[in-house]
Design a binder for this molecule. Sequence first.
Ligand code: PHE
Length: 348
Amino acid sequence: VEEEIRNLEQGFREELGSISTLEALGVLRIKYLGRKGKIAEYFQKLALVEPGQRPGMGKLLNILKETVASHLAEKEKNLSLTKAVSGTEAPDVSLPGISYAVGGKHILTQVIDEIAAIFYHLGFISADGPEVETEYYNFTALNIPAEHPAHDTFNTFYLDFRNKDRYLLRSQTSTVQIRVMEKYKPPLRIISPGKVYRPDATDAAHSFMFHQVEGFAVDEGVRFSDLKGTLFAFAQKFFGQDIKMRFRPHYFPFTEPSVEVDISCIICANRKPTTANRECSVCHGKGWLEILGAGMIHPNVLRTVGYDTRRYTGFAFGMGVERMAMLKYGIDDIRLFFENDLRFLNQF
Ligand code: PHE
């Protein structure tokens, strides 16, 4: 019988070890300590044992009863604690882990990186310039005199009216042309991505802040055909090999001649403008999409930075990054770029 009691204890320990809920623990308690439980069963058997052995056996059973009770209490304490801490009774190691959202590059950063990479392969390196500028860099040095109506086409946020050379938020990245040329001599092949600001009412096509990529090259013998070749190579890489490109005469104070550059509609024109679709939501049947402004750098601009205009010529261009992204990915509202809605951002 002594042997049986030891086996009983062994069995209890094994069962206890496999228990992970308070409910199961309750069942185990009844199985061993209940009125009809295993230990009670043995106390009844005492009556059948030889009287001389009863006290010893009784003692063994009492010790077992105490041991079982204290183990049950201990286990109950542990299970309640786990439940309080984790909300569940015991960790389920088979559950999938918690995965944390990993950040990614904003679509505009991706597009800027892509544009910069294409121009890098064409020999252009990246330069930076301040967003808070003076009238000199935003206008005067770019051949836009203070009273000139061209001022109005680059509507501007002014920051400080008291200062003689007024501070403003740059309305174009062409400012970086001046800053780079002031500092370095030709040959130069530079692109400069960055934010620009214009006090436009916000709608699907306008934002008071957007991004441009400026580009320019200055060297001996730089010609308009270099501008055409550079921009065409870029557009083919960015939009696809089969696009067509056209140059329309335009006016910018800091370039002469100046052009606006279009590519064949990448949605409807099957990249050939002759097949343009009137219903097309991107080009509205025109078959062409304007992608940037460009031209040969005006001699006045080169003179302003002290370059010898008999020796050096250059071209410059400026494109809107949001516009490039909208055309390439079929995005129809510029506000989507700045709302930080993950349902939009996660698509890229
Ligand atoms: N700065 C012009 C704009 O913001 C773009 C441009 C840049 C045009 C360089 C010609 C040359 O509209």
